[in-house]
Design a protein around this ligand. Structure first.
Ligand code: N2P
Length: 357
């Protein structure tokens, strides 16, 4: 009996000590707070080698979680379940996060590498003075296509997607703003349109595109295009670059009716437990060599001027991916349309998706 009591007391003591340790590791003062940061990024949007390099240089461990749309990212941050230290939303989502008081102000004194960013990408209307966000990548939305699979065909208009002979050929990126946006652009409306009659017209036009749609997917889009399982896709510019590196038959165009110009930026959500580590990570990503390596890995356009100097001329002079100001001036940046409109866009998008297989 004595042995039994001794045994149970030991089990009790060990479990208690373990509980204490786990709790300690999970608090902001413990391991998780001081030596870990949780980064919430788009899928396929950072060179994993750079994460290792950051961990080695700083001793801070990075936990990477990914999302595939601003809407999905917002819901997770609003719920507050995970303590994200850094997130990388696009401009209209940043405006919304500021409005909902979900972000903390950045300490610029901890971000000396901010000097590397081209002024063209600083102080933009969604975050004057870059109080809450600093640029990561930027780009457009357009059509990537394989002329060889389509008898030499070229694309230059959104309306080309509705051609009768493209049955089951088109893959779309799974984003409400992107898909409704290109339908609005195809009708010569703004992609920030809030006129419900215009939005209904765009949805009905999208439903008419349904026979031509092969799939609506996330990052799998790259594999489908690279392996020539689909000849046309609507994608973000940098995903197109990445595909073109893998399959040189592909080409990318920003349609003539106009399109979206977007900016993804690093922010620190209010949930952050390791604010100092978050600044260190952001500053690391702003370093010229790091940003150049990341650009070569992900294929998106870098706003980092010092990094651009390290990249091959054929990359930074390619106007399909680094459109000059004369071209970007003609593109539209998504605006934060407010919760009601955002929900309306989502509803229309779901209605459209229900009509596709
Ligand atoms: C990367 C996604 C890029 C996001 N796979 C465009 N805002």
């Amino acid at each position: 009996m004595k042995k039994l009591i001794q045994f149970f007391s030991t089990v009790f003591l060990v479990s208690f000590a373990l509980m204490f340790l786990v709790n300690y590791l999970n608090t902001s003062e413990g391991y998780a707070g001081r030596n870990t940061i949780t980064v919430f990024n788009w899928g396929d949007y950072i060179d994993p080698e750079l994460i290792k390099q950051f961990e080695k240089e700083t001793g801070i461990k990075v936990i990477l979680e990914t999302f595939d749309s601003n809407e999905a990212m917002l819901v997770k941050i609003q719920q507050g379940g995970t303590a994200y230290d850094v997130a990388i939303p696009s401009e209209y989502a940043i405006e919304k996060m500021k409005e909902e008081d979900l972000l903390i102000k950045l300490d610029h004194s901890k971000l000396p590498n901010l000097k590397n960013i081209d002024e063209r990408f600083l102080d933009l209307p969604f975050d004057p003075g870059n109080e809450y966000s600093v640029p990561y990548f930027w780009g457009t939305v357009g059509i990537v296509y394989n002329p060889d699979m389509l008898g030499g065909r070229e694309f230059d208009s959104w309306n080309d997607l509705w051609a009768d002979d493209l049955k089951n050929q088109i893959v779309l990126v799974d984003g409400a703003r992107e898909v409704i946006g290109f339908a609005l652009n195809s009708l010569h409306y703004s992609l920030n349109d809030t006129n419900k009659a215009h939005l209904e017209e765009a949805k009905n036009k999208l439903i008419r595109l349904q026979p031509n749609i092969k799939a609506i997917v996330g990052d799998e889009i790259k594999m489908l295009m690279v392996n020539e399982e689909a000849p046309v896709a609507v994608v973000w510019s940098g995903d197109a670059t990445d595909m073109m590196w893998e399959n040189d038959k592909l080409d990318y165009v920003v349609p003539k009716e106009g399109s979206n110009l977007w900016f993804d930026n690093m922010v620190i959500p209010k949930t952050a437990k390791n604010i100092d580590g978050a600044h260190k990570f952001i500053n690391f990503m702003l370093d010229a060599e790091v940003a150049a390596q990341n650009t070569e890995y992900v294929g998106y356009a870098t706003p980092n001027k010092a990094a651009m100097e390290l990249l091959p001329d054929e990359v930074v002079n390619d106007e399909r991916f680094y459109p000059p100001p004369e071209l970007t001036d003609k593109l539209e940046v998504y605006e934060n349309l407010g919760q009601e409109m955002l929900s309306y866009y989502n509803e229309l998008y779901l209605e459209f998706k229900m009509h596709t297989k």
